[in-house]
Design a protein around this ligand. Structure first.
Ligand SMILES: NC(=O)c1ccc[n+]([C@@H]2O[C@H](COP(=O)([O-])OP(=O)(O)OC[C@H]3O[C@@H](n4cnc5c(N)ncnc54)[C@H](OP(=O)(O)O)[C@@H]3O)[C@@H](O)[C@H]2O)c1
Length: 225
């Protein structure tokens, strides 16, 4: 990706099993990490202007990661920010069930999609923003222009693996938080590393924190020029 392209500061935050899986094969929408990890994730989400996640993650889980801690919400309001970050779902197809609980959550919502996907939501008020970037595939430079136009300077990417892989491929993830969970979920479970994942760069470990049987890893990513 053109290093001069302006985009938000992007931090990805995910929990994985020891064999790099994101969820159980039998319950693909269920969280695999501890209650502590939920608090860690909430802390990260509280710091950003917007959250981005893939359509499969939403289809499986049904909801967005909404801030629940009154303390974190009050802190944002004290800083003059909106109580909740904007929740952006990325879907090329736009095929999302409007009956998902996500659409009833008290949060601001956006859809990042293609011309094809946007046509499904024409005239709908389900999303506060419907951003069209690309005809059939997401054109990321155009997508980032939409985000910047909405004043989004910091973005948390919460997965899943496909979305993260597209952003790694174009060199658009600055920091990565990985929670290593004490599980081996097997090859049928959804993976953090989808086929074709390409990452041309290196990672610097910023911090490592063991909590119970989990390990919290914080990296900064550097891309080859
Ligand atoms: N452990 C964790 O921290 C964690 C976090 C998140 C998710 N998960 C789990 O991970 C699984 C889902 O991960 P996943 O990798 O299968 O799917 P995903 O990345 O959540 O979603 C993939 C879908 O998102 C859209 N998408 C992603 N990248 C795109 C791009 N570059 N351009 C256009 N559209 C794009 C497409 O939607 P359309 O098909 O609509 O075009 C694609 O089919 C679920 O089981 C979920 O529970 C776990």
């Amino acid at each position: 990706m053109n290093p001069l392209l302006s985009r938000p500061q992007v931090t990805a935050i995910l929990a994985i099993s020891l064999d790099g899986r994101l969820a159980r094969a039998q319950t693909p929408g269920e969280r695999i990490a501890s209650r502590y990890d939920f608090q860690h994730l909430e802390q990260q989400v509280a710091q950003v202007d917007a959250v981005l996640f893939g359509a499969t993650t939403l289809r499986m889980g049904g909801t967005a990661m909404r801030l629940q801690s009154p303390h974190l919400i009050a802190e944002r309001e004290h800083q003059g920010r909106s109580p909740q970050p904007l929740q952006i779902v990325c879907s090329a197809s736009g095929e999302l069930d409007p009956n998902l609980p996500f659409f009833r959550q008290p949060i601001p919502r956006a859809l990042l999609t293609t011309e094809k996907g946007a046509s499904r939501w024409q005239g709908s008020t389900a999303f506060d923003h419907c951003w069209c970037a690309g005809v059939e595939e997401i054109d990321w430079p155009q997508a980032f222009r939409h985000l910047q136009g909405a004043g989004i300077q910091t973005l948390a990417v919460l997965g899943g693996g496909q979305l993260l892989a597209s952003l790694l491929h174009i060199g658009a993830v600055d920091e990565l938080w990985l929670t290593l969970c004490p599980l081996l979920l097997g090859s049928a479970a959804p993976s953090l590393y989808p086929a074709g994942l390409e990452f041309a760069g290196t990672l610097t470990l910023l911090n490592v924190l063991p909590v119970g049987n989990e390990v919290y890893l914080h990296y900064r990513l550097h891309y080859y020029a």
